[in-house]
Design a protein around this ligand. Structure first.
Ligand code: PLP
Length: 405
């Protein structure tokens, strides 16, 4: 019965163009990849899909640091952090991260996690107890939604970016603890949350602001410190989650917050306690990544990314404006995430396939990841792209759109 039930659901997904398929990448994470897919030989593609915004994932210094870390610390941590898996290098990375975030969160303490998904589950389940209410932007990442669903606290969602709606919800909330939760850079739209206004509301209503900066850490703000720094924010009310597998180019995540909050996560967060600590070699490589992010190399890469974003927006802005009858829109984003919203699932898949036949890989994102009727190409840029790559994408989109018309 189970197999029949699942097969039926898979057929339904096929019928709605919602079946997801994995591709096998046969090269390190770079814009120019070799990719295999079912029934097809591996072939080269120019990719606009990774979250490796600074192009650090295949940086030789990080590969070398990982190897050095494995040489010093071996392959695995062997246990959870609360047993014997917490090594000196994990602790050193936490100290580095806390110091890096200190300009935004006074006296911050940091705590490392294996993934951003686990960090978000930790935050919402450990802080969202029966005395709390969680207030969440409707476009928050799945990991924040799942964390809120697992928490004992009730969740109230507010329409995307609607400060007025949130203010009203906060005003009528009677629980003593209030947690506002938001992506800093929305992962499928690329826009920024109104963090200054959200922090002002947190202050006004004695709430806490949990900021998921998966797509801002390393990219935005002074020295790549992230979206809090981009807005010049500094407050003890901020609870920050940054991921380390995107712009930082390695893996993992961290929370930076008031020391008591971090201490409570260590005591109560099940996705921290009941899992094996990440390999210490990862922490070792991440310390090098942090130095690259903060230093001149990071500055150069952020400047390159900014140039490419402007070039892409100019070319795609013209492309969209030239054919309004298609109904396509370029999302209002200033970040490395530049979605081209197409509408229907089939149209997005067809456009992605037409680009692929021209040697480009731009993923079609469909519901339930994005709202129904807003299927899109999620174009992401990296400092490892060249201006030539971006122009090739713009030209190929024009040709692909004409071929589909
Ligand atoms: C906004 C956001 N939060 C959290 C995560 C989860 O991070 P990780 O991939 O490290 O689990 C992601 C991405 O995957 C994300 O886009």
């Amino acid at each position: 019965m189970l197999i029949q039930h699942l097969s039926q659901q898979l057929r339904e997904r096929d019928a709605q163009s919602m079946r997801r398929r994995r591709r096998v990448v046969e090269a390190p994470c770079l814009p120019h990849l070799t990719v295999a897919s079912v029934g097809r030989d591996a072939r080269p593609l120019l990719a606009f899909c990774s979250n490796d915004y600074l192009g650090l994932a295949s940086h030789p210094a990080l590969g070398a640091a990982l190897a050095e870390g494995a040489h010093c610390w071996g392959a695995g941590s062997g246990a959870s952090h609360l047993i014997s898996g917490h090594s000196r290098v994990h602790a050193a990375l936490e100290t580095d991260l806390a110091e890096f975030l200190e300009p935004c969160i006074p006296k911050a303490r940091a705590l490392g996690f294996c993934t951003g998904y686990m960090a978000n589950l930790a935050l919402l389940t450990a802080l969202g107890d029966a005395k709390a209410t969680i207030f969440a932007d409707k476009l928050n990442h799945a990991s924040l939604i799942d964390g809120a669903l697992l928490a004992k606290a009730p969740m109230q969602r507010y329409a995307h970016g609607r400060i007025d709606v949130l203010a009203n919800q906060l005003e009528h909330c009677s629980t003593p603890i209030k947690l506002i939760v938001t992506d800093a850079v929305f992962s499928m739209d690329g826009d920024l949350a109104p963090l200054p206004e959200l922090l002002a509301l947190a202050e006004r209503f004695d709430a806490w602001l949990i900021v998921d900066d998966a797509h801002g850490f390393g990219v935005l703000g002074e020295q790549g410190r992230g979206t809090l720094s981009h807005f010049g924010l500094r407050s003890e009310r901020l609870i920050y989650m940054g991921t380390l597998g995107k712009a930082a180019g390695v893996a993992g995540a961290f929370v930076a917050a008031h020391g008591t909050i971090v201490e409570w996560l260590i005591q109560a967060a099940r996705t921290y306690i009941y899992t094996t600590a990440a390999p210490p070699a990862i922490a070792h490589a991440l310390r090098t990544s942090l130095q690259l992010i903060r230093g001149e190399e990071g500055e150069r890469r952020r400047a390159q990314l900014t140039t490419l974003i402007a070039l892409l927006r100019q070319r795609l802005g013209e492309f969209v404006a030239a054919a309004p009858q298609r109904g396509w829109t370029l999302a209002d984003s200033s970040t490395a995430i530049q979605p081209l919203i197409v509408g229907g699932n089939e149209a997005a898949l067809a456009l992605s396939a037409a680009l692929e036949s021209r040697g480009l890989w731009v993923p079609a994102i469909r519901p339930p990841t994005v709202p129904a009727g807003s299927a899109r190409l999620r174009i992401t840029l990296s400092a490892a792209h060249s201006a030539h790559d971006v122009l090739k994408l713009a030209d190929s989109l024009e040709h692909a759109a004409k071929a589909l018309a």
